[in-house]
Ligand binder design. Structure first.
Ligand code: FE2
Length: 411
């Protein structure tokens, strides 16, 4: 396979990218635009990028909004009530079918790497067992990382530790947590020590729902970061949400940032979900309830954007398009300066790949897997401004998907 007339991010000129088998075999700078030969994929000067990444989604709850009732207030708490109703009717096949449908939506938007959290506070681990099957059945479309996510806590839930351990034995890739939701601060701290021990012992990655609240006293991030620093595990650890950081005062945050940087952990922000669910205890002024994305980025830390939900009891919208979340996130996080816009795809590609610890399994470079997208845009700026779609998605050196651009005709 040969892709010609491709613009690569952060590299001037047009390029030809050759693939042999499932890998990229050569990348050459063209001296001029070249005409296509039979079988070539002509990027027509548009961006050829590594696939989009979805670093944080809950596939086990996706596509359940309104079943049996809609969340009328839109709050997290009514979401929990609606989810409890829907949970009663969940079956193995139902979970699998919704996960397959959602993953196809993600793949249609050029996503080829996904990290899903799966609720393991269920004595049968039904959703986890279903998702492990889905991980195998969708390998042609995406690479799926499964997080053992204790939605109803580790320490405050009967058998929570045993269920987390069993989830990892069954094949979860990532150890999760939810320390701010535990009954006491001590249980939150203890849950972090437990989950870090479990990850260190088993070689799993870590991704914790951390301080997903507007409570400025929710300070489990410092505990997670210190555990990661001391154990030298930072690059394998992710703090998701950290929305309380949006309510921390600057004096505490300046001390915290020193630790965060030393720890080397990764951050995921889900700006559409957080702007929707947080700020609910405020009248006016209302907080945005989003972590300090721009500030983490400026301080040289790794931060990326995720969707979190698609049409579930907590968040009724979403369609798999990560550029929609990027657009909203840039607005919400005050990142609309041109320098931010001109490298904005970092937040949904390279930074997310680093969070998923993909290493040399990701990126456009010789020897790496031939997984790529031709985007319908020539720059990051135009991609986000126009909400560009993937024209061609290439996976393992083969065309996975092509899209016919829509055409508008005025009469
Ligand atoms: Fe989440």
């Amino acid at each position: 396979m040969k892709i010609i007339n491709a613009t690569l991010r952060k590299t001037p000129g047009l390029h030809t990218v050759m693939c042999e088998g499932e890998h990229i075999s050569a990348i050459t700078l063209q001296s001029a635009h070249v005409p296509p030969q039979a079988g070539d994929i002509d990027a027509q000067g548009q961006l050829l990028i590594a696939p989009f990444v979805e670093p944080h989604i809950h596939l086990d709850a996706a596509l359940t909004a309104g079943q049996p009732e809609w969340n009328l207030s839109g709050t997290l708490f009514e979401g929990i009530e609606r989810w409890a109703q829907r949970k009663e009717t969940i079956t193995h096949e139902d979970t699998k079918q919704r996960a397959h449908t959602t993953l196809r939506m993600l793949a249609e938007h050029g996503i080829q790497h996904v990290r899903t959290h799966v609720d393991v506070t269920d004595p049968t681990l039904a959703a986890l067992r279903a998702m492990i099957e889905v991980r195998e059945e969708t390998r042609h479309l995406i690479n799926l990382q499964i997080v053992a996510f204790p939605q109803e806590d580790i320490e405050s839930y009967a058998g929570g530790r045993e269920l987390m351990t069993l989830a990892v034995e069954l094949g979860a890739d990532v150890v999760g947590g939810i320390p701010h939701f535990e009954n006491t601060r001590e249980q939150g701290v203890s849950s972090i020590k437990f989950l870090m021990d479990l990850a260190e012992r088993t070689g799993c990655l870590v991704d914790v729902h951390c301080d997903e609240t507007d409570d400025p006293h929710s300070r489990f991030l410092e505990v997670l970061a210190e555990e990661a620093r001391v154990r030298g595990m930072g690059s394998r650890v992710t703090a998701s949400h950290t929305t309380a950081m949006g309510s921390y005062d600057n004096a505490y945050c300046s001390k915290l940032f020193r630790l965060l940087k030393a720890s080397g952990i990764n951050f995921v922000s889900c700006p559409t979900e957080s702007i929707h669910l947080q700020g609910r205890f405020d009248t006016f002024p209302k907080r945005r309830g989003v972590t300090r994305v721009a500030e983490l980025d400026r301080a040289g830390m790794n931060v990326c954007f995720g969707q979190d939900s698609i049409k579930d009891p907590w968040y009724p919208l979403g369609n798999g398009n990560i550029l929609r979340v990027l657009d909203a996130g840039l607005h919400i996080c005050h990142m609309m300066g041109f320098e931010d816009l001109a490298r904005s795809l970092d937040l949904v590609t390279d930074n997310s790949a680093r969070t998923l610890d993909l290493g040399e399994r990701y990126g456009i470079a010789v020897g790496r897997p031939a997984n790529m997208l031709v985007l319908d845009a020539e720059s990051d700026y135009e991609a986000v401004r126009r909400q560009a779609k993937a024209r061609v998605s290439i996976r393992g050196g083969k065309v996975l998907m092509t899209r016919v651009p829509e055409r508008v005709e005025f009469s």
